[in-house]
Design a protein around this ligand. Structure first.
Ligand code: ADP
Length: 505
């Protein structure tokens, strides 16, 4: 192993699969055709491990948005999609999952060179997770149900009513996703919408559009009819905003920052679109005095350093009981310093760069603000002097609740650690945040865990684990972390309208 952790290998050349994909010249997917943007404008895509431009993608403008909405509208209002039997939609989703499996290596590599994460992690988390998500949601296509009810409608002696509630697809949905798990986020959006019978316009993040475009090729190969899935690459404030404002769009599903979520929610009000938002977080991880120190250290490292901390549920606020605080911090700092940074395609790499220069600068400026406000660096705390957007895994201690590093979402490999003595105090501190996405409790005391879970204001509370997600388990946030729940039946509800039918018989 290299003795100097500041010296890391350069990014190896991509495989011929990825080179061939990039050579096909990325385009927009509209009505099952690959087209240029009307303006001809393009956006650069960079490899975060080197900062080199690796592709240019179309920058979709309002004319392209109009074309995509028209295609999705036609496919929903009069295309074969609406007439298709649920089992045929199910079969298409399964076929897509099989194609993802068949092209898994290429997808993992694309995700790595686009986002910065390691190819290894993409191949064990992102790509199989995406495949399984399509398979899970495929089953829902044939299991969308309504209910009947007995009504007590009065004033009509002898009258009888047959009353039921049906669920119908909400229509054309615009789906705007972030750059941290580009392929999986596309799946979280597309799979339930397609199972429910909606048509989609997907907008990947401008930083990471490549795997969505490859997914588009697989969608055509699977045999989805024209207009059912359209993919527009472009900027949030132009392409994304045009989608949100478009009167032909029935629903917007968004994952991203709370700041942009608020803008989208306001903009969607003009046309009263349905909106679901999965937004930011500042998730607390609470380690009780009886917890196993080794388990807590491993758990804390995974909670904050997985995907270089670019995870909306990252365990970014660590609260450890005073009895074991020093031991946990020593273990966590050691673990942080031992993580091998490097380019994503290099086999020995454990953590890749951040997604972009902008993100690297943002994370470093948070670390700087923490230092200036009096925090101490127990591990990391700086960039790597190497091309690419690397930031060392960082542990900050001696932090105070009012510091920006404690209050704001950093979205990078930076954890702030605080000690506590009293359970009531730590509950108050954990809940003292505008966010409420995730939280974890570490203890072997079953009763303590059960007593604590209801006191934590978060959409997901993990016990002795963190960042575990599953297609069956509703996911979303309290407070400023969002509106609505994805996964499981909850996701199907997001993509269907309820229709009450009351028939005088
Ligand atoms: P981050 O801050 O993590 O980059 P954002 O919330 O800015 O995340 O971006 C998430 C997604 O939202 C991206 O696809 C981005 O292009 C899109 N986006 C950004 N601003 C807007 C906007 N004003 N309207 C619609 N979409 C937007």
């Amino acid at each position: 192993m290299n003795a100097n952790p500041n010296v890391i290998p350069m990014q190896p050349a991509p495989s011929s699969l990825v080179r061939d994909f990039l050579a096909r010249k990325p385009r927009l997917l509209i009505n099952n055709e690959w087209v240029e943007s009307r303006s001809g404008k393009t956006l650069p895509v960079y490899d975060p491990a080197s900062g080199r431009e690796i592709a240019r993608v179309p920058d979709a403008g309002s004319e392209d948005v109009n074309r995509a909405v028209a295609a999705a509208r036609a496919a929903f209002d009069s295309g074969p999609w609406s007439e298709m039997l649920p089992k045929a939609r199910e079969a298409l989703l399964w076929k897509l999952a099989d194609l993802i499996d068949r092209n898994a290596e290429e997808l993992a590599e694309l995700e790595s060179v686009d986002n910065g994460k390691t190819r290894f992690m993409a191949s064990i988390i992102d790509v199989p997770g995406t495949r399984d998500y399509f398979r899970y949601m495929a089953g829902y296509a044939t299991k969308i149900e309504g209910v009947t009810m007995q009504t007590s409608i009065g004033g009509m002696p002898g009258a009888k009513f047959h009353t039921y509630v049906a669920r119908e697809p909400v229509g054309v949905v615009a789906q705007i996703v972030p750059w941290n798990f580009p392929l999986a986020m596309a799946a979280w959006k597309l799979a339930p919408a397609l199972a429910a019978g909606c048509t989609c316009i997907l907008k990947p993040a401008e930083q990471t559009p490549l795997s969505a475009l490859r997914l588009g090729e697989l969608i055509i190969e699977a045999g989805f009819p024209p207009g059912v899935v359209n993919i527009l690459t472009g900027l949030g404030e132009s392409t994304g905003a045009a989608l949100v404002a478009h009167p032909g769009v029935d629903k917007v599903a968004f994952t991203g920052s709370t700041e942009v979520g608020k803008i989208i929610n306001k903009a969607a009000t003009d046309t009263l679109k349905r909106v679901s938002l999965e937004l930011g977080g500042k998730s607390p991880m609470i380690v009780l005095p009886d917890a196993d120190v080794g388990q807590a250290v491993g758990g804390a490292a995974m909670a904050i350093f997985f995907n270089a901390g670019q995870v909306c549920t990252a365990g970014s606020r660590l609260y450890v009981h005073a009895k074991i605080f020093d031991k946990v911090i020593e273990g966590l700092s050691g673990a942080a310093s031992a993580i091998r940074l490097g380019p994503g395609l290099e086999q020995s790499t454990e953590m890749g760069p951040l997604v972009s220069k902008e993100q690297q600068e943002r994370v470093l400026s948070y670390i700087e603000s923490g230092k200036q406000e009096g925090a101490s660096v127990a591990a990391g705390g700086e960039a790597l002097s190497h091309p690419g957007y690397f930031v060392k895994p960082t542990v900050l201690v001696n932090v105070k609740p009012q510091m920006r590093v404690v209050k704001e979402e950093i979205f990078g490999p930076v954890v702030v650690a605080q000690r506590f003595d009293d359970l009531d105090d730590v509950v108050k501190a954990a809940n003292d945040s505008p966010y409420g996405l995730g939280a974890s409790i570490w203890t072997n005391n079953l009763s303590a865990a059960h007593r604590l879970v209801p006191r934590i204001k978060a959409g997901t509370v993990w016990v002795n684990c963190h960042n575990m997600v599953d297609a069956a388990m509703p996911f979303g946030g309290f407070k400023s972390s969002g509106i609505g729940r994805e996964h499981g039946r909850a996701a199907i509800e997001l993509y269907t309208e309820s229709k009450s039918v009351c028939m005088l018989v």
